[in-house]
Design a protein around this ligand. Structure first.
Ligand SMILES: [Cu+2]
Length: 376
């Protein structure tokens, strides 16, 4: 008994301590920032209280009966085996309770699935290991990768405590207007991913060759974070989601500047060696590091090493062609702009951290298209 008391006291202290240290880590389901997420929360609370009531009623009756009608008081066990009335009662009451709970649950599920009359649609494609967002009918289309600070800290083993929103930050967040019904269509380019932002109240699988739908309407401007929640390979933990909800005016401006930036022609003028190497390191960190690793060692058996690789260190033209075309194992990097491709090729051929030292510089003008990407 004493031990149980001590255990209970320490568990209470730990819980209190955790709650004061991390006020955000409450025990209950979060309410979120949309009507649907609040409806889900209300449904959860309703069902919880129904369960609490049933639990107290059933266990209360049991404990009362066991204590007050115990054998030592001389009670005899009643015999109501095959009592039709009792059997009807204990079938009908739970049925009524289940049907009563199913009504609000079904209402919420129908609401969750109703993507009709949406104001805009965003196609979300899960890829190993980042998200691709396409605002249908607007021309806005971009990739959202883990932010460079998180990527670097987790790759080179430096202290992540100084990195704001470590592993929960991206280079380009999904921006949406508040108060608008936004329909999402989900698919995947490779394996099953799952798009989950807890504040929106749901998660949805992104399956290859299949379209799933969901919708949201965010009430409050703000930044909402989430993660891929389907085990999708070695970097599953490194493809977070950031949603920024803003007022309609700000959103319209964001669309305008995003489109203008998308249409900007890349600057293809010659760069210094330092610039090429610095730009190349950034492109490498975003696009190559998850397979070929921060030191270029790759993953034996799965991803070839760049360190000392014949393909990397030999002629430039075959390497350019190889990167643009891709293979069955490596995606095409024709999506990179010529200045990015030139920088990353300079970097992989010359970075001391990758162990290569060809001693050349590849300028953007040296990139010749061998593969046409439909998206450009
Ligand atoms: Cu994933």
């Amino acid at each position: 008994m004493k031990k149980t008391k001590q255990l209970f006291a320490s568990a209470t202290l730990v819980t209190l301590g955790l709650q004061s240290a991390h006020a955000d880590y409450a025990l209950n389901l979060m309410q979120g920032v949309t009507k649907v997420s609040n409806d889900i929360y209300d449904l959860h609370m309703l069902i919880l209280w129904v369960c609490v009531f049933i639990g107290i009623a059933v266990f209360g009756t049991m404990f009362y009966s066991m204590y007050h009608h115990r054998k030592s008081r001389g009670h005899q066990a009643a015999n109501f085996h095959e009592n039709t009335t009792v059997e009807i009662i204990w079938t009908i009451i739970p049925t009524i309770i289940l049907v009563a709970m199913a009504i609000p649950a079904t209402k919420t599920m129908i609401e969750l699935d109703n993507v009709q009359n949406s104001d805009m649609s965003i196609k979300v494609t899960g890829k190993q290991w980042y998200w691709d967002y396409e605002y249908l009918g607007t021309g806005v289309h971009f990739e959202s990768h883990l932010d460079a600070a998180s990527e670097k800290a987790h790759r080179d083993g430096s202290d992540p405590h100084g990195v704001p929103h470590y592993l929960l930050n991206v280079d380009r967040p999904l921006v949406v207007p508040v108060g608008k019904k936004i329909r999402f269509v989900f698919t995947s380019a490779d394996v099953i991913h799952s798009w989950w932002v807890p504040d929106l109240g749901w998660k949805k699988d992104a399956n290859p060759g299949f379209i799933n739908e969901a919708w949201t309407s965010v009430d409050k401007p703000g930044t909402y974070r989430g993660q891929c929640t389907e085990l999708c390979g070695r970097d599953h933990g490194f493809m977070p989601i950031v949603v920024i909800a803003m007022e309609q005016n700000d959103y319209d401006n964001w669309v305008k500047t995003t489109l203008a930036k998308q249409e900007e022609k890349p600057d293809l003028s010659d760069l210094s060696r330092e610039q090429l190497m610095a730009n190349g390191a950034a492109v490498y960190l975003k696009n190559c590091v998850s397979c070929h690793q921060i030191d270029g060692a790759g993953a034996p058996g799965d991803y070839p090493a760049l360190r000392g690789s014949a393909k990397v260190n030999a002629g430039v033209d075959p390497l350019i062609g190889f990167l643009q075309a891709g293979t069955s194992k490596m995606p095409s990097f024709a999506k990179l702009k010529d200045n990015e491709l030139a920088a990353v090729i300079t970097y992989i051929r010359n970075a001391p951290e990758l162990g290569n030292k060809v001693g050349d510089e590849i300028q953007p003008k040296a990139i010749t298209p061998v593969y046409d990407d439909d998206d450009k």
